[in-house]
Design a binder for this molecule. Structure first.
Ligand code: BES
Ligand code: ZN
Length: 651
């Protein structure tokens, strides 16, 4: 009989992911100094020795021994079982051997139940021994596979846990149509391992094919070659010929229809949302063309959007060929479409040139935030560009106020930490501001040329912060020695805060609101005297976010009555207003607050609202709302917010 190790909590159906294996073997032996966490026992791998800097290129968030083996292609065959809330089937991994030591192969898993493992060369595969290592709270459980000498493939029969951290199973009630269930995955940063056993490190790139079996009424889509014409027969075949890191592996299943928006762009959504989404995002094709003009050809064939139910924990996720998008940005006036520009921009910064480890996330998000602003300028003009930039700058300043120094460093030390818990504006806005400074110094045209070359040079590669710095040294710094200096670049990347003299993006459309806000606060003018007729969403946000900590009950009431803020249907405006309401205990907005917290799963909104409630002595209310809402939340949303509310991860 094959060794079969099963983790107890996989069967009890509780919220816990995996409570430890009853018959677990010791974790993988440290056999060589490698470049992943597996090279050391799990518990020491996550310790952060304060005196030593993290090693460049080491992925502290994967157990996989990527120095011994590199997985290159995955074939998936999965059945989507909505009754049991499991994905079940086989993952066949083809890999390259990097040495002839024939060490056991270590893969990342989290909460997976492994049925059997076969290995071999070519088509012939035989059962092999495998074991589960010790579970780590952040990293999951290493799967150790003993390989025959010549093996270049393993085939793993497995099923996911109903509470897999990277999968959300939605009841019909949680969808727009209320008739069919829905499923979506969210793999970034380290959740692919909760639905496929693999080398879950962004330094490893794979191509994949998949067969996905669903109930007949539903359609499956993936980060691959979706076919909108595919017959709804419950079996969907996918191919992803471009190599991608595991965090871009994505699947969704639901009552989905497709509507084209342009030649290469279209949208998948539940039928009742399809027209509104296609109208809101109709500029996607122009965004795509604008980006290609500056940064080189789009290399992923099609670019489609998938509109998810409101519990999606992010604004968007750049899954290749098919960005996953929250429905909360369908505002009716295109005011929030910078999100689309952002996810599209990742097709260059992130998906094409990828961060090698999560320490290097700023290479993905900082470049993407910079590109987003440029796309917005191209498609919507200078005013919009300046407003988007200024809001980003203000977000950064707000974040810098209460961050530890170590978390203000772009190349962040994440050892021993869960990347989900360290999410902030630093990699985004500080990264973008850094690139903006480079642009200002060398001139836009020259900087564009640099970026174009950068994307070509590193296309389909995963790179570290140090690779980038080296490239910068060999290119821009050599070309413009009188304009740039290496020390300042190091300060941007490796020091906390913002270097003195950094650019400060501003917008006239905003600065002219400052005196208006002050006059109103000083009682010199009434709210109804303010001419808000042509204010854009950005101006509303700026006006509200700039309010002082405390407002009087009368002031709150006046704002609300004159501007209808509690009723605002723009989720960003509603969010800014609710933050003010919570700080000031403004009860007339609390019903809307509860509805907002219950109906939306986007962490960008939920985290600050829950934190604000807790910090202002309203923790009991936060608990009540959270307990009531959490059944509908994504596992990630549950984790990070229960941490805020209970100071733990709610298990
Ligand atoms: N790739 C990110 C989402 C992400 C980052 C998930 C890190 C997990 C770990 C995505 O592209 C993103 O940045 N989304 C933002 C968009 C916004 C900045 C326009 C979001 O969801 O708010
Ligand atoms: Zn992003």
């Amino acid at each position: 009989m094959l060794p079969r190790l099963l983790c107890t909590s996989l069967f009890v159906g509780t919220l816990a992911l995996a409570g430890g294996c009853s018959k677990s073997e010791p974790p993988a032996e440290p056999e060589a100094k490698g470049e992943t966490a597996a090279a050391q026992p799990a518990d020491t791998a996550k310790q952060a020795p304060a005196d030593k800097a993290p090693q460049s290129g080491v992925d502290y968030h994967s157990f996989a021994n990527t120095d011994d083996y590199r997985v290159q292609h995955i074939d998936l065959d999965l059945n989507v079982d909505f009754e049991r809330k499991v994905l079940e089937g086989e993952a066949k991994l083809q890999f390259k051997r990097l040495n002839d030591k024939n060490r056991p192969m270590i893969l990342d898993t989290r909460g997976l139940e492994i049925e059997s493992v076969k290995a071999g060369h070519g088509e012939k595969m035989d059962p092999v021994k495998f074991s589960m290592g010790e579970k780590d709270d952040h990293l999951g459980t290493p799967l150790k596979i003993n390989l025959p000498k010549n093996a270049t493939r393993v085939a793993i029969q497995y099923r996911t846990s109903p509470d897999a951290s990277g999968v959300q199973w939605l009841e019909p009630q949680q969808t727009a149509g209320k008739e069919h269930p829905f499923l979506f995955t969210q793999a970034q940063a380290i959740h692919a391992r909760s639905f496929v056993p693999l080398q879950d490190s962004p330094k490893v790139r794979i191509t994949y094919n998949a067969t996905i079996r669903t109930p007949e009424a539903l359609r499956a889509v993936m980060s691959a070659n979706n076919d909108p014409q595919a017959e709804k027969d419950g079996v969907y075949e996918f191919e992803m010929p471009q190599p991608i890191p595991s965090y871009l592996l994505a699947l969704a299943v639901g009552d989905l229809e497709f509507k084209p928006m342009g030649e290469r762009t279209g949208v998948y959504a539940e039928p009742s949302l399809l027209d509104a989404a296609a109208a809101e995002f109709e500029d996607t094709e122009s965004m795509l063309e604008a980006t290609e003009k500056v940064y080189g050809p789009y290399r992923w064939d099609r670019y489609d959007l998938l509109i998810l139910p409101p519990s999606f924990p992010f604004g968007g996720m750049e899954n290749p060929r098919l960005s996953f998008i929250t429905p909360t940005v369908i505002a009716g006036d295109k005011s929030l479409v910078a999100l689309i520009a952002h996810e599209l921009a990742h097709s260059w910064s992130g998906n094409l040139v990828t961060n090698a480890s999560w320490r290097d996330l700023w290479l993905n998000e900082g470049f993407t935030t910079y590109l987003t602003n440029r796309i917005m300028q191209n498609v919507y003009g200078d005013e919009r560009y300046r407003m988007e930039m200024a809001l980003g700058y203000d977000d950064l300043q707000a974040d810098l106020k209460d961050k530890d120094d170590r978390d203000e460093i772009m190349a962040i030390d994440l050892r021993g930490r869960d990347p989900d818990e360290v999410f902030s504006n630093i990699p985004y806005e500080k990264g973008s501001l850094f690139l903006y400074e480079l642009e200002q110094k060398v001139g836009r045209e020259n900087f564009d040329q640099f970026l174009l070359d950068y994307f070509n040079n590193f296309a389909f590669q995963s790179i570290t912060t140090e690779d980038f710095v080296k490239y910068l040294n060999e290119t821009l710094l050599k070309q413009y020695p009188d304009k740039l200096d290496a020390e300042r670049i190091n300060e941007w990347i490796f020091e906390p805060g913002i270097p003195a003299g950094a650019p400060h993006p501003q917008s006239d459309a905003f600065t002219k609101l400052d005196p208006v806000r002050s006059q109103w606060l000083d009682g010199e003018i009434a709210a109804q005297d303010i001419d808000t007729g042509d204010w854009t969403f950005h101006q509303w946000k700026y006006f509200l976010d700039g309010m002082p900590e405390k407002l009087s009950e009368a002031q709150l009431k006046e704002l609300d009555e004159v501007f209808g803020l509690t009723e605002s249907q723009n989720n960003e405006v509603a969010f800014s207003w609710l933050m003010i309401a919570v700080r000031n205990n403004y009860q007339p907005a609390y019903q809307r607050l509860e509805q907002f917290l219950t109906g939306i799963g986007r962490n960008k909104f939920l985290r600050p609202l829950y934190r604000n409630l807790v910090e202002t002595g309203q923790g009991e209310l936060a608990k009540r709302i959270f307990e009531n809402a959490k059944r509908g939340y994504h596992p990630l949303t549950v984790k990070v917010n229960s941490n805020i509310i209970y100071g733990d991860d709610g298990e």
